[in-house]
Every structure is written in structure tokens, then in C-alpha cells.
Write a protein that binds this ligand. Structure first.
Ligand code: SF4
Length: 99
């Protein structure tokens, strides 16, 4: 008789501990997630301010890894906007496929 391994009833939750040290804690969310219909140059100015905060963030790498590994479509995460994150995601996939 084969043995059936019991699976945990709940999948492990992602580790959100890095968020405790996030430099964006307490900042206006609109700085990282722009309003609907936002145009240039307002978007570029807003993203620049968000990226300045990210540049000094002690958990930037963890934040970026989280956002790139999930379908986080919107906002600035780890110092990258949506398009930059999509490019980073493709770059990582190419690198993984080449390995
Ligand atoms: S990298 Fe930017 S978005 Fe991510 S936690 Fe740090 S400040 Fe927030």
C-alpha cells in the first residue's frame, strides 16, 4: 500500500517581513501608484520622486524581487516602474532559460 503524504491545508504565506524596513512606509501611495489617466510630464516627475525614495531604501532588492516574481502590474516597486519591471522580468527569464 502506497503512502500518501499529507499536504498542508494552507499554502505558505509570502514573507512580508522586509516591508517593515521599507523607506516608503508612511509616504503617499499616490507617489508610487499614480492616478488614473495620469499624463506626462506629471508621471515622470512623480516616478522620479518615488524612485529617489526607493534608491535609499534598505529593502529595495527584496521589494524588486517580490514585484518581479509576481504579476504586480502597477506602480513603482524596487525603483522600477511598470515597463522597467516587465523588461527586468523578461531579462531574468532569458537568463534562467540560458542557464
Ligand atoms: S524599494 Fe521603493 S517601493 Fe520598495 S519598499 Fe523600498 S521604498 Fe518601497
Amino acid at each position: 500500500m502506497s503512502q500518501v503524504r499529507r499536504q498542508p491545508a494552507v499554502l505558505p504565506r509570502p514573507n512580508w517581513g522586509w516591508q517593515d524596513a521599507a523607506a516608503c512606509r508612511g509616504e503617499d501611495l499616490l507617489l508610487f501608484f499614480g492616478p488614473d489617466g495620469e499624463r506626462q510630464p506629471e508621471r515622470e516627475i512623480r516616478e522620479h520622486k518615488a524612485k529617489e525614495i526607493c534608491a535609499a531604501c534598505p529593502v529595495r532588492v527584496e521589494c524588486l524581487n517580490y514585484a518581479v516574481s509576481r504579476p504586480e502590474k502597477y506602480g513603482t516597486w524596487g525603483g522600477l516602474n511598470e515597463e522597467e519591471r516587465a523588461a527586468e522580468r523578461r531579462r531574468r527569464m532569458r537568463r534562467a532559460n540560458a542557464a
